[in-house]
Design a protein around this ligand. Structure first.
Ligand code: FMN
Length: 200
């Protein structure tokens, strides 16, 4: 079974994270979840108390109809640098950080490993595994742009939270599904979250 690490940090766009979590679980992946302090705040502020970490599995089931069997969603503390995700010997094949704050992006770009999210991302880079970063900030400063280049040069996929409109989205969920679909592709999964472009 595929194990995927999912980091949620304090950038706007908590819905992208929840939609991605639901899609990964629906694909049969086991998700190793790490949420920063500000990621927890954004889940609460942008979605509501029903999306708090200890209620997230129930929320995903009620919103997206995805059953979360025991053991399929493992939550780690972002302060636990001794967690399995901190080592290259652990079994996560891929990692996504969605949304990815400029602070966490900077930490990954410079290999700081200050938190479990940053350390797990560093592990993905050193082990040459898939790492998808979903930054959300606008406009971007020159240091932020340079940090994205550093991460891309190190092997990460930079997948900005930039939903497209060619599929004529009708709802906010359609926009979130587009980004979640792109993330699943970036992690190496097939997905049907948005219709493929068929040409003119
Ligand atoms: C309501 C709110 C919205 C924020 N939105 C963003 C954002 O879109 N992008 C970003 O890079 N930082 C954003 N921040 C700032 C980050 O949360 C802050 O830099 C934090 O230290 C990030 O820490 P983390 O990466 O450990 O989650 C926001 C903060 C708050 C309180």
């Amino acid at each position: 079974m595929t194990h995927v690490a999912l980091g949620i940090t304090g950038a706007s766009g908590a819905l992208y994270a929840v939609r991605t979590l639901a899609a990964l679980l629906a694909h049969g992946a086991t998700v190793e979840l790490v949420v920063s302090d500000y990621g927890r705040r954004l889940l609460r502020d942008e979605i509501g108390p029903e999306a708090a970490i200890d209620r997230l599995a129930t929320y995903v089931t009620s919103r997206y109809g995805v059953a979360v069997e025991p053991g399929r969603l493992v939550v780690h503390s972002n302060r636990d640098l001794g967690a399995s995700l901190a080592s290259g010997s652990q079994g996560c094949e891929a990692m996504v950080i969605v949304p990815c704050s400029m602070k966490t992006l900077a930490g990954i770009a410079h290999g700081l490993s200050r938190s479990l999210i940053e350390r797990a991302a560093d592990v993905m880079l050193k082990e040459k595994r898939r790492l998808v970063l979903v930054p959300r900030e606008t406009p971007m400063s020159l240091p932020e742009l340079r940090n994205m280049v550093l991460c891309a040069e190190a092997g990460a996929m930079i997948l900005p939270a930039m939903p497209a409109f060619y599929q004529q989205p009708k709802t906010i969920d359609d926009l979130a599904a587009f980004i979640a679909g792109k993330i699943l592709n970036g992690l190496g999964f097939d997905q049907q979250l948005f219709p493929a472009w068929k040409g003119q």
